[in-house]
Ligand binder design. Structure first.
Ligand code: AHR
Length: 503
């Protein structure tokens, strides 16, 4: 199959915000306990943080990590997780029917984030709690000292403020599964009053209000409009969440789901702008896609897990080659909307629907979805370029006109690099891609790396990495400086990173 693409320096979508390469750690399953934190593990440092896991997180170059939930946050008392560990209460976590020991909390997470060079995105509880407690947490984390909560932090051994800039006003408050779920009116009101207190406490912070939990929620659209009507002037972002599933074992349809994700982004951006126009506001609210991934493999196993245990093995999806392609399509979709999506969190980071898995007292390994994320995070910084593609399309069970090739270009002017990310959705045939690359000066081919496996169900284990990137022979670059033609073959069912340098 043949495809054509144009890549021009001036066809800019926008600058990629570095926070597009974020992730998520929730008090859920083994994300925290026996995931990032396991005192006594041979690889644990003096704080109990696993060095093997930290090294993998650094490989991904994760720029921001959302914490402590997720559904968990809607029942969480942040005060339970600070102060001397032996006095912290064990609580029932009603979101996941588990026991929470609270051995790990805000200060431990801030210290771990520092260790792995990432920023914290902190969520506040707008389920069982409200505005005052959220404001107190901002004071605890960000105020230097001389007030009740900042001095409390000092007394807990954290002299320096954590300086947390990014905050979520609750989590998925539109979902009936949420602890103390709210109507759009109720949530809009509490989000506004909470936002005021939080920003009065620290005017430098940014806030993400809850959008719909996914595009197929019955209230989608109305929810965003009502919430933004209330909170527009205080919110900097509205959140979007999406999880893909392939329960029918229909990979062509599964890979078409990113078209819906694209539509989701465009509709939410439109609603933000509608409210902006209605309010005659100068400010633009952007998007925080703070939960995205594939999630369905573990659903059955999770139903059998015993309730009220500590750190039960919940949501431990084992990802396949097909899932890596789906994750690749999602990453490209986020980059193609880099003008509006400023934050994105792969949900989650360790053990729970995660790119990194661990064994308690044992090793850590990379799942298949690790690699597209790693490539995008390392080589997807700079200007996202609209690259029109001409390729055959197909229809699937739920979607029409799915292009066989999904692609985006990135120009990094500091590193003098042009990188293309591409997914070949054709499961049988390779794509022979001819790209016109113009406006850059002289370009040289650096490398072509691909993730592929003829078995779309192939996955990685602690013992064996069956799905990992390989360097392919490369492409041909012809033409003169300023107008080059790239010809390259993309294997069937593959994620591709094509790297070029600009001289
Ligand atoms: O990431 C797992 C869960 O998915 C989160 O707790 C929740 O926000 C979403 O429904």
């Amino acid at each position: 199959m043949k495809a054509k693409m144009t890549l021009h320096k001036e066809f800019s979508i926008g600058e990629t915000d570095k926070r597009l390469y974020g992730s998520f750690i929730e008090h859920l399953g083994r994300a925290v306990y026996t995931g990032i934190y396991e005192p006594g593990h041979p690889q644990a440092d003096e704080s109990g943080f696993r060095n093997d896991v930290a090294a993998l997180v650094k490989e991904l170059d994760v720029t921001v990590v959302r914490y402590p939930g997720g559904n968990f946050v809607s029942g969480y008392n942040w005060e339970d997780g600070v102060g001397p560990q032996d006095t912290r209460p064990v609580r029932l976590d009603l979101a996941w029917s588990a026991k929470e020991s609270n051995c790990f909390g805000t200060n431990e997470f801030a210290a771990w984030a520092k260790k792995v060079n990432t920023e914290v995105m902190m969520a506040v509880n707008l389920g069982t709690r409200g505005s005052r407690e959220a404001g107190n947490l901002v004071e605890y984390c960000n105020f230097s000292g001389g007030t009740y909560y900042s001095d409390l932090r000092h007394s807990h051994g954290a002299a320096d403020p954590h300086g947390i800039k990014l905050w979520c006003l609750g989590n998925e408050m539109d979902g009936p599964w949420q602890i103390c779920h709210r109507t759009a009116e109720e949530y809009g009101r509490i989000a506004l009053e909470t936002a005021k207190i939080m920003k009065w406490t620290d005017p430098s912070i940014e806030l993400a209000a809850c959008g719909s939990s996914f595009i197929r929620m019955p209230g989608f659209g109305d929810w965003e409009k009502t919430v933004l009507d209330h909170v527009y002037e205080y919110a900097d972002y509205i959140s979007l969440h999406t999880y893909f599933a392939d329960r029918e074992n229909d990979v062509p349809n599964f890979l078409g789901r990113s078209l819906e994700m694209d539509r989701f982004i465009k509709i939410v951006a439109g609603i933000c702008d509608l409210v902006k126009a209605k309010k005659n506001s100068k400010k633009t609210v952007n998007l925080s896609f703070d939960e995205w991934n594939v999630w369905y493999h573990s659903n059955e196993a999770d139903r059998k897990i015993e309730k009220w245990t500590q750190a039960p093995p919940l949501l431990e999806d084992v990802y396949t080659m097909a899932d890596a392609l789906a994750a690749g399509c999602m990453l490209i979709t986020l980059l193609k909307n880099a003008d509006r999506v400023k934050i994105a969190c792969l949900a989650q980071l360790v053990n729970v629907i995660a790119p990194i898995m661990t064994r308690q007292s044992g090793g850590a390994w990379r799942q298949t979805i690790f690699y597209p994320f790693m490539d995008a995070s390392r080589y997807g910084r700079g200007t996202a370029l609209r690259c029109p593609v001409s390729v055959d399309k197909y229809d699937s069970r739920e979607f029409c006109d799915i292009p066989y090739l999904e692609a985006v270009g990135i120009y990094n002017s500091f590193k003098n690099e042009i990188n293309i990310f591409a997914v070949n959705r054709n499961l049988q045939e390779e794509i022979n891609l001819a790209a016109e690359i113009a406006g850059f000066g002289d370009i040289h081919f650096t490398e072509h790396r691909a993730l592929r496996n003829a078995d779309l169900n192939a996955c990685n284990t602690v013992l064996q990495e069956n799905v990992k990137p390989e360097v392919l022979p490369g492409g041909r670059l012809d033409g003169k400086a300023g107008a080059k033609q790239l010809e390259i073959n993309l294997p069937p069912a593959s994620w591709n990173l094509i790297r070029m340098s600009v001289k």
